[in-house]
Write a protein that binds this ligand. Sequence first.
Ligand code: FAD
Ligand code: NAD
Length: 467
Amino acid sequence: MSSYDVAVIGSGPGGYVAAIRCAQLGMKTAIIEKYDTLGGTCLNVGCIPSKALLDSSHHYEDAIKHFDEHGIELGEVKFSLEKMIARKQGVVDMTTKGIDFLMDKNKIDVFHGVGSFKDATHVDIADANGKKQTIEAAKTIIATGSKPSTLPFISLDKERIITSTEALKLKEVPKHMIVIGGGVIGLELGQVYKRLGAEVTVVEYMDRIIPTMDKAQSKELMKVFKKQKVKFALSHGVTAVERDGNEVKVKATNKKGEEVEFIGDYCLVSVGRRAYTDGLNLEAAGILTDNRGRVEVNAYLQTKVSNIYAIGDVIKGAMLAHKAEEEGVFVAETMAGQKPHIDYNLIPGVVYTWPEVASVGKTEEQLIEAGVAYKAGSFPMRALGRSRASGDIDGFVKILADKTTDEVLGMHMVGARAADLIAEGVTAMEFRASAEDIARMSHPHPTYTEAVKEAALAATADRALHI
Ligand code: FAD
Ligand code: NAD
């Protein structure tokens, strides 16, 4: 029987990063993945393929809507969904092969098969042909991630009543896609198909889209989406989803208690994801889950069984690739006797629509609820020369700072390249910068980053220069 210092179950961004860090720290490491390709949800059916389709559909939208403004005449512009999906798959394949390379480079043994606990120090691995083997592991990291969740009354047929996984490989552009859930997946994939010509209706339970982000971001993104003719039914609780041939009917109850019906040809169910522990046989190792099926861990990300850790989507917290990666490194370094640290307040959140939406730290609603005295400074993207040059004038940067100390407590933005701009907020907050610190730093002109400096000026002394 092969014996390892560490076995990692699951090869998503949590698992493969944990395995690399363990190997770097001199541990003999194995990684177990039930699918043929490594990379987990993120690389195969999540972050990477969704961004590839967002980029392709964005190019198409620019060609049909914006090239003309730039004096570029193309004549008739057509697209092939088949080619877009094939390109997306090419990007995925290249990226997952990169993980094979990294496993090889770091001398990590890769096992393909379902991993399940035999006991606290042995993991059984059953491959697709039913062949079984057992490995011994002094320590194990559970990194089995998550799967799409649904509503109890919905029967996902994966043809017309679909999750993000199927939406990433449709064979046709829907005529009318009904999106249940105005969160990250619903808006990103809704925007892909809207750009390609589908009618899109988002049915959202809460009274705003992206409800966990700052309210100003929900409002701005909604305004832009409405301009793009996406329809919204907010404060609507879905009660039934039925398929009749090629038609899908979604019933919902609105704020007044009335029943409303939406008819489309596809329904994307994007109401969140659930921790995935099926087949792990957690009981055999004595590991507990909480009331949402997530593996319970302490502050060291250690389960009830001291040699078994868990990271990423399968435990509590934001379901984000970079959060899973941080936890992978954290656990490897903890095992090696180091004292790593994660500041969960500084895990940024991004929605890759266009304009992009990005946040770090506390929202204004959270500060109000916590009774923190704060000041806010905002700067609109449309006031930037860079935005006017590119034509990306929607959005703003908002900085929230402590009223007395001026320490930055939150940064929230909507705009071109916000996903990249937010890194400045993370860095500033990691070093506990004040709004004035940011305001006094030179930002290159003309760039979108100037909106960060201007918002900091507005927050620190109400003295933005360009508005
Ligand atoms: P996962 O990536 O889910 O990986 C878990 C792996 O474990 C899987 O490969 C699974 O097959 C394997 N596994 C499970 N059980 C077993 C077992 N018993 N034996 C062996 N293997 C097993 N996050 C971002 O930060 N940015 C984004 O832009 C983004 N976009 C997304 C878009 C979509 C459409 C979706 C669905 C998600 C997106 N996410 C994004 C979320 C991101 O994908 C997850 O947060 C991330 O993948 C979690 O990483 P993980 O390692 O915890 O688990
Ligand atoms: P989400 O939590 O972002 O959004 C789900 C939405 O569905 C919420 O707005 C919620 O109020 C709504 N909802 C729940 N029940 C409903 C009902 N009965 N009727 C109508 N609306 C209902 O979840 P998601 O969009 O499915 O994404 C899942 C996870 O994947 C997220 O946690 C996210 O972190 C991750 N993800 C991240 C990215 C990114 O980082 N860019 C992209 C995609 C997915």
